[in-house]
Write a protein that binds this ligand. Structure first.
Ligand code: ADP
Ligand code: MG
Length: 383
């Protein structure tokens, strides 16, 4: 057991019984590139997780140990410096945010490790940051509410680790619930739950194992293109502050005022927001076929209109749909690599896994890692 490993290591190093906390990875079922357009996303926390063993100290020292990397790192609460080791920054960033907010804590002992694949798009980084924020809030009795923890963890990744991430990952890490997806309004931070029960369905992630170097520059370019679309559309309706505010008819009626590429980018985002809302109605009706159809429409939009897919992702998603085992499939995350997300009946999971492994191996001559996930709760204390 992962958690037992983490606990034993902690006791060996620090000779006391720690608090144990589980902090999950996440998937996003639908709603891609909608977060920075202040629209909707539909993530869920999964069973892959980081486990924390942690306890407060009486001095200013913070002693960290990463089980997975077999590395330790020490720092003092009031002396934080960016580390070339990279991983400590996700943790120091949290302490940095507490300092900036004027919340004083003493040092702590901390051992952590888990089974979220690193850098695969399941947000291991947010699991680390938000998991530590949650743990420190508990052991030091800081009384920080959940939404403030989310914002603090997001800012810590932005400012200390230097990653320009949105709020989705930390949000679902803290607010996730077993057997339910979370619809988040990325403007108001209102949220609602919809059922996607674990008894019959699994979420299967297929890792293309590629990361095309375009990812960062194209991401920034998409953001700029959406902003440019908003600026043009605003001239005809000053109420428009983001693509979130644009009805599809409004976009079409100003098609001739927009550059052809900008038009397609905006169309994708507006339709994707609608898909998220409609996908939630599908879940309430248990209409998984319709839900799966929307996942594929999302993929098509990302491929043809938003143009952030790549041949490997297209292959993975299309193969999945040719097989009879999959309800819906699409690329997940920013694009240009990473995983596809597939919704699969539990009874079909084994067959699908071996099908997709074979197909990918035949085409690209490498066996892709496949992760089979259930929807679990957000970060919580394990007694
Ligand atoms: P993602 O969040 O998609 O998994 P990122 O690149 O944002 O990918 O974050 C991955 C980084 O987070 C790793 O390079 C490492 O620094 C840190 N990290 C993630 N999981 C662990 C872990 N189990 N132990 C130590 N560091 C980790
Ligand atoms: Mg990350």
């Amino acid at each position: 057991m992962l958690i037992e490993n983490v606990r034993k290591k902690f006791i060996k190093l620090f000779k006391e019984e720690p608090l144990l906390v589980r902090s999950p990875g996440r998937v996003n079922l639908i709603g891609e590139h909608t977060d920075y357009n202040l629209g909707f996303v539909l993530p869920a926390a999964i069973d892959n997780a980081i486990y924390y063993a942690i306890s407060p100290r009486n001095d200013n020292n913070c002693k960290l140990y990463s089980v997975d990397l077999d590395e330790d790192f020490n720092f003092e609460v009031d002396d934080l410096k960016y580390s070339e080791k990279r991983w400590p920054n996700y943790l120091m960033g949290v302490v940095d945010q507490l300092n900036k907010t004027g919340i004083r804590i003493s040092g702590f002992n901390c051992v952590f490790g888990g089974d979220i694949p690193l850098g695969a798009g399941l947000s291991s980084s947010a699991a680390i940051g938000a998991g530590l924020a949650f743990s420190l809030n508990h052991i030091f009795n800081l009384g920080i509410d959940k939404l403030s923890l989310v914002k603090l963890a997001q800012k810590s990744e932005n400012e200390f680790a230097g990653v320009n991430c949105g709020i989705m990952d930390q949000f679902v890490n803290i607010f996730g619930a077993e057997g339910r997806v979370l619809k988040i309004d990325c403007r108001s931070f209102e949220y609602e739950y919809h059922p996607l029960a674990n008894d019959e369905l699994r979420i299967v992630l297929c890792n293309t194992m590629v990361t095309h170097s375009l990812a960062d520059s194209e991401y920034n370019r998409r953001r700029a293109q959406c902003e440019s679309g908003v600026q043009t559309l605003q001239q005809y309706n000053p109420e428009i502050k983001s693509l979130r505010d644009v009805p599809l008819e409004h976009l079409f009626s100003h098609k001739s005022n927009l550059d052809e590429t900008i038009f397609r980018r905006c169309k994708y985002v507006i339709e994707e927001n609608e898909r998220v809302t409609n996908a939630c109605s599908d879940l309430e009706k248990k209409d998984f076929d319709s839900f799966g159809q929307r996942m594929y429409e999302s993929h098509r939009g990302l491929r043809d209109e938003y143009e952030v897919s790549c041949p490997e992702l297209d292959f993975m998603a299309e193969e999945a749909l040719y097989s009879d085992e999959v309800i819906g499939a699409r690329m997940m995350g920013g694009g240009f690599g990473g995983c596809t997300i597939n919704l699969v009946y539990e009874s079909n999971v084994k067959k699908f896994k071996s099908f997709i492994e074979k197909a990918y191996k035949k085409k690209y001559n490498k066996k892709p890692p496949v992760y089979i996930c259930r929807i679990e709760g957000g970060t919580q204390i394990i007694s």
